[in-house]
Ligand binder design. Sequence first.
Ligand code: AOS
Ligand code: ZN
Ligand code: ZN
Length: 394
Amino acid sequence: MNTYFDKDMVLEEIRSFRVETPSWGYGDSGTRFKVFHWPGAARNLREKLEDAAMVQKVTGICPSVALHIPWDKEDDWSEAKAYAESLGLRLGAVNPNLFQDDEYRFGSLCHYDPAVRRAAIEHILECVEIARTIGSDTISLWLADGTNYPGQDNLRARKRRLRETLSEIYPALGSDLRLLIEYKFFEPAFYHTDLADWGMASTLARQLGPQAKVLVDTGHHAQGTNIAHIVSYLIDEEQLGGFHFNDRRYADDDLIVGSQNPFDLFLIFTELVAAAREGVIPRVDYMIDQSHNLEPKVEAMIQSILHIQSAHTRALLVNYAALAQAQAAGDTLAAYRVLRDAFETDVRPLLAEARESMGLDPDPIRAFRASGYAERVARERPQAAGGASGYPGA
Ligand code: AOS
Ligand code: ZN
Ligand code: ZN
């Protein structure tokens, strides 16, 4: 292992790193072809929180849970907040749902019908209120808006409608809430989506104001897109607000982050760590956005955290001074090797040490399996009557 780095500093950086897990990652989910039930999969918000508390118990870095409204809708949010706190958790980003209702067939905030746009605005304002009640400061917005056929709608008009509707919502954020704007270049619409890429999201965020930032979902880019470059660009423009981590091979596969291409994940983290070391990193929220269709949900979430921690820790070990030196000398391969050295470092001993110093088992998967949690919830949670579609809340 390299010796130039300050081990205590790295251990502290590992310990202070936080990742938010999504409530919808604990429930049954599937593709549009089939939702397979997983024994013990969480059926409601309370069970999702219990699962998240288990993930937190063995990883120590996941104290918050992102919510999805209405999938997680509660009658008494103060009670839900208190329940989360009793489990040692915090309720995190609130994700509005602007794709599930029939009226959203042709979009939500960009819809040609002002009545639908109004309903979408009201729903987001309701989410703002929920965020305030539960003590969350983040609204995480993904739009399913788009069209399937050329000519279906006026693209410039849709762009203006989006700016108009969000401008109406923005003041409700006050100075204490943030709006993270997620982009995606396809799906469910296939001809165009209204926020197709980071440039569109960033333009919109800038027009709205400083509380609006861009959210990068790692599954929302065309094949081969250099996400690390996008991340570095957004950091430099002070427009990066957060991540939805997952991995993909073909489309928005929502597979376990780092399971398909760990090198890309590492490169994303090198951009973040390099900026942090220079003191220029803004607040960035690290969140997981995955659907565990075939695999056990809680263990998949823990596995995801381990992959993120490995990528992050490897990025902490990059010799950034040597990298800058090689870059300044035009030494392409020396620069590449600096990254490669860190990527090839076995960071498991360091992570084990960090976990032990937090009072955790050095091996979270072993701790989880030994706990008997999966077997217990499989006994205690009979299968909920499920929907037919692949969306977790359907
Ligand atoms: C959809 O593709 C996006 O990734 C969303 O962020 C998310 O999966 C959805 O809103 C579930 O809440
Ligand atoms: Zn996402
Ligand atoms: Zn997605």
